[in-house]
Design a protein around this ligand. Structure first.
Ligand SMILES: [Zn+2]
Length: 297
C-alpha cells in the first residue's frame, strides 16, 4: 500500500477531492496502453519522424499518395484499438461529476468509446475525412475501402504505426498509389478532419476549451509532454489564472515548472487506483477530507 505509486495516488486523490471541478487535458500517453504509440520520448524529444505537415499535405499530390498509402497500412491498428484503464477511469471521473471538460490532443476517439461525454477533440477525430474544397465529409473507413479497392497490392504490407495511424513504410514507390478526389465536388482534396502539424486548432474550439477552463477549479494534465502549443497554452492560461495544476506523465513536459503536483508513474494503473480510492468519498457524498500533510496545492 505504501509503495511509490500509492503515495502518488494519495496525492492525486487529495488534489481531486480539493478541486471538484476539473479541467482535464490528455495526450498520447493515455492511449499507449492500447497499442497506440506516442510521439515523444521521456525527455520530450521526437521518437519518430514528425508527422506530415498541413502545408506539405495540401501542397503536393506525391505527399498525399505517400500519406494515404501509409495510412491504409497503419490505420487498422488505430481502428482496432480499445479504450484502456486511463480512458475508463476518466469516464468514471466524469460520471462522478468531477469534470468540466476533457480536452484531448488525441484523435483516436477512445475517450468517447469509454463513455466520456464532455470531450473536446482539440485536434479533431481521425475517423472522419473532409473535402478541403466543398466541406463534404465521409467516414474514414469508407475512404479506406475505396483505397483498398484501388490499391489492393498494399493491403498485405505491415509496419510499425504512429499515433495518427501513419505506418512507417519507407523505400516504396508511392507514385502509383491511387488517391480518389472528393465524391461530391470531384476536385477537392480529401484530408482527415484533424489538425495536422503546422495547422491551427479552429478558434471556436479553442474558445470552448478556454471557457471550460475558466469554469474549472483545478487542472489535470495526463500523458502529454505539452510540446505543442495547442496543449501548452492551457497550462499557461491556468497558471496565470492561479488555478492549481496536477500532471500525470512518465516523462518531462514543457510546463513542469507550472505544476503544483507532478506524478511520474504509469498512467493507466495510477488513474485506476485513483478511482478505487475515490469510491468511498462518493458514498459519503462530501469531499471534505482532512489531511494536514498535503500542503502546497
Ligand atoms: Zn468536395
Amino acid at each position: 500500500m505504501f509503495d511509490g505509486v500509492s503515495h502518488d495516488v494519495e496525492a492525486l486523490v487529495e488534489f481531486v477531492v480539493r478541486h471538484p471541478r476539473l479541467f482535464v487535458l490528455t495526450g498520447a500517453g493515455v492511449s499507449t496502453d492500447c497499442g497506440i504509440p506516442d510521439y515523444r520520448d521521456a525527455r520530450g524529444d521526437w521518437k519518430r519522424p514528425p508527422p506530415v505537415s498541413h502545408q506539405a499535405f495540401m501542397g503536393s499530390h506525391g505527399v498525399r499518395q505517400r500519406y494515404w498509402a501509409r495510412s491504409l497500412v497503419g490505420f487498422r491498428a488505430l481502428a482496432a484499438a480499445h479504450p484502456g484503464q486511463a480512458h475508463v477511469a476518466l469516464a468514471a471521473l466524469e460520471r462522478q461529476s468531477r469534470i468540466t471538460a476533457l480536452v484531448t490532443q488525441n484523435v483516436d476517439g477512445l475517450h468517447q468509446r469509454a463513455g466520456s461525454r464532455r470531450v473536446i477533440d482539440l485536434h479533431g477525430q481521425a475517423d472522419v475525412v473532409k473535402c478541403m474544397q466543398c466541406g463534404a465529409t465521409l467516414m474514414r473507413h469508407a475512404l479506406h475501402d475505396e483505397l483498398a479497392r484501388r490499391n489492393p497490392e498494399w493491403l498485405s504490407l505491415t509496419a510499425a504505426v504512429g499515433p495518427d495511424g501513419d505506418a512507417d513504410l519507407d523505400g516504396y514507390d508511392f507514385s502509383t498509389f491511387e488517391v480518389p478526389g472528393c465524391h461530391r465536388c470531384r476536385v477537392g482534396i480529401l484530408k482527415p478532419d484533424v489538425v495536422f502539424f503546422g495547422d491551427n486548432v479552429p478558434k471556436p474550439r479553442v474558445e470552448q476549451a478556454f471557457s471550460a477552463l475558466e469554469d474549472a477549479s483545478g487542472v489535470i494534465i495526463i500523458g502529454s509532454s505539452l510540446m505543442v502549443y495547442s496543449g501548452f497554452r492551457f497550462a499557461r492560461r491556468a497558471a496565470k489564472a492561479g488555478k492549481p495544476i496536477a500532471c500525470v506523465n512518465l516523462g518531462a513536459t514543457r510546463a513542469d515548472d507550472l505544476f503544483d503536483l507532478k506524478i511520474m508513474a504509469p498512467i493507466g494503473p495510477t488513474l485506476a487506483a485513483l478511482i478505487d480510492e475515490l469510491e468511498p468519498w462518493q458514498r459519503e457524498d462530501a469531499p471534505k477530507r482532512q489531511n494536514p500533510a498535503s500542503a502546497g496545492f
